[in-house]
Ligand binder design. Structure first.
Ligand SMILES: NC(=O)c1ccc[n+]([C@@H]2O[C@H](COP(=O)([O-])OP(=O)(O)OC[C@H]3O[C@@H](n4cnc5c(N)ncnc54)[C@H](O)[C@@H]3O)[C@@H](O)[C@H]2O)c1
Length: 257
């Protein structure tokens, strides 16, 4: 796909946390970045700190008209989009028995419908760029279940599934679509959680947003043979979960040994 220098990327939820770190990681390799968020003051400050290579746009990812307006404006400024990072997300606690239906819908709206709208609306711009990359920020909650997070888990599994479907649908346009699955990362979203959340992991600490951003940048710039793929960055949180059973040699056909 060649160099991304001078090309345009849009990062939703770019005002803080993993989104902000991703904006900075992409700008550092010469990519022009549209910082998109509903936190106007914080988002504008992030863009301003990067000079001419970044611009802030107000974007509520659940609003299709807002998506179309932002994409049109960013294409006028930076040309067609080569990368879209669907990072904006919200966390709502509550299990299947106590999460209010309205809260369940809200999580799905931001975390799943938002990325769908982003891909749906940005596909034409990515095509005009001759192809590109979509990164969907899922979670370990898109790989396993968690108690008391029914909406969040459902939304992140949905986003993982949307990634597969989009990778197939957009391959003819030279558009790769991948998901990234962070474990606990130290951002405003997790500010209320204590260290015990990561204590049982092989790497027993919260990750830093910059560590996730580096992986996202890799997925965009260097991961040219990956699409529909899941990139896990979780301190080993999902390692050892699930039925990992090695077949005995007797069960493995000789040709495969
Ligand atoms: N922090 C973690 O431990 C962790 C782990 C796995 C996955 N994630 C995912 O990473 C992504 C970023 O999370 P974070 O930890 O940086 O959280 P954060 O709360 O610090 O940042 C999320 C950003 O999304 C923005 N946002 C929320 N709703 C929006 C909307 N409707 N339209 C546009 N922007 C909106 C917020 O304003 C905020 O700037 C989320 O999708 C989250 O689910 C986070």
């Amino acid at each position: 796909m060649g160099s991304f220098e001078g090309r345009a990327a849009l990062v939703t939820g770019g005002a803080r946390g993993i989104g902000e770190a991703t904006v900075r990681a992409l700008a550092a390799v010469g990519i022009n970045v549209i910082v998109a968020d509903v936190l106007d003051e914080e988002g504008a400050a992030v863009a301003a700190s990067l000079g001419a290579s970044a611009v802030y746009q107000h974007l509520d990812v659940t609003d299709v008209d807002n998506w179309n307006a932002v994409l049109a404006q960013s294409e006028r400024q930076f040309g067609p989009l080569t990368a879209l990072v669907n990072n904006a997300g919200i966390l709502e606690f509550g299990g299947v028995g106590d999460l209010e239906p309205a809260a369940f819908w809200r999580v799905l709206d931001v975390n799943l419908v938002g990325p769908f709208l982003g891909i749906h609306c940005a596909a034409a711009s990515l095509r005009r760029a001759g192809g590109g990359v979509v990164v969907n920020v899922s979670s370990t909650a898109g790989l396993m279940g968690y108690q008391n997070l029914a909406g969040y888990v459902a939304s992140k599994w949905g986003l993982r599934g949307l990634t597969k479907a989009a990778a197939l649908d957009l391959s003819e346009a030279n558009i790769r679509v991948c998901s990234v699955h962070p474990g606990p990362i130290a951002t405003p979203m997790t500010a209320g959680l204590d260290a015990s959340v990561a204590a049982g992991q092989p790497i027993a600490r919260f990750g830093q947003p910059e560590e996730v951003a580096a992986m996202i940048r890799f997925m965009i710039v260097e991961g040219t043979y990956s699409t529909g793929s899941e990139f896990i960055i979780d301190g080993g949180a999902v390692t050892g979960t699930g039925p990992v059973v090695a077949p005995s040699t007797a069960e493995v056909p000789a040709a495969a040994r």
